[in-house]
Design a binder for this molecule. Structure first.
Ligand code: PGA
Length: 234
């Protein structure tokens, strides 16, 4: 216990997260670090595919990702909702229309995330399930760059609604009302099953759980992806 307390006084915390989580996790990490000023934290931001490789190689204390991988044995706990929406410029002809059919959306030029992105995968799966192939006008490896490309008139995209966190409805982008959207996803905090968690990592999980939001908020985990016990706070 003494070692644990010393761990919380000093300690390191190495986290990797998917790009969409950068609209949520840094703020929570900031709060955590101001409560524990001796902790040295590092945060790697990458896409789903690269994150899964890091998770398989056990390179981080914790990872934050969307859908937990079925191919890896991990402990994963939901922390917040991540709704994906179709984003367009505010003056797009489809803005203001209700229940737009996905087929109509698929006829528009798209600015998509890079292959390996979980956001892209979810968007492609949705349209493929309806027999639609997206017209990819441009691929960009950054949510913010895609927002700028939409403003620049290059097309529409599917992104996390959280990408609008700072500007909200006052900005130049609008979610379109597309039938079947938002695609409801969640972010999870995860680590390899059987991993020994440091005191700092356990305390940060407790902080994330104390700040859970959306459908991730109810205390008992019903998401059925948890393959091991959630560590208690140190
Ligand atoms: P991405 O991740 O950064 O790979 O698009 C988002 C997700 O998997 O939810």
């Amino acid at each position: 216990r003494l070692a644990d307390m010393q761990g919380l006084k000093r300690g390191r915390l190495r986290i990797a997260m998917v790009t969409t989580a950068k609209y949520l996790v840094p703020r929570l990490l900031g709060e955590f670090c101001s409560r524990h000023p001796g902790i040295e934290a590092s945060l790697t931001v990458t896409n789903r595919e690269k994150l899964l490789a890091r998770l398989a190689a056990n390179e981080d204390d914790l990872v934050i990702l969307g859908k937990p991988p079925s191919e890896l044995d991990v402990v994963a706990t939901p922390i917040a909702d991540n709704p994906l929406v179709v984003l367009a410029r505010h003056d797009h002809p489809l803005a203001g229309r209700n229940a737009i059919p996905p087929e109509r959306i698929a006829a528009e030029p798209f600015v998509l995330r890079e292959p390996g992105s979980g956001t892209r995968l979810a968007a492609e799966d949705f349209f493929a399930a309806r027999g639609c192939r997206l017209k990819v006008r441009m691929e960009l490896g950054s949510n913010e760059a895609i927002k700028q490309a939409i403003v620049g008139g290059l097309g529409i995209s599917v992104l996390s609604r959280h990408t609008l966190a700072l500007e909200g409805d006052a900005g130049p982008l609008r979610p379109l009302d597309v039938a079947g959207f938002p695609l409801m996803r969640q972010w999870h905090v995860a680590y390899p099953a059987g991993k020994h968690l440091s005191a700092v990592a356990s305390a940060f999980i407790a902080h994330l759980l104390a700040n859970r939001s959306g459908t991730a908020a109810p205390a008992p985990q019903v998401a059925a992806v948890v393959t091991g016990p959630v560590p208690a706070a140190a």
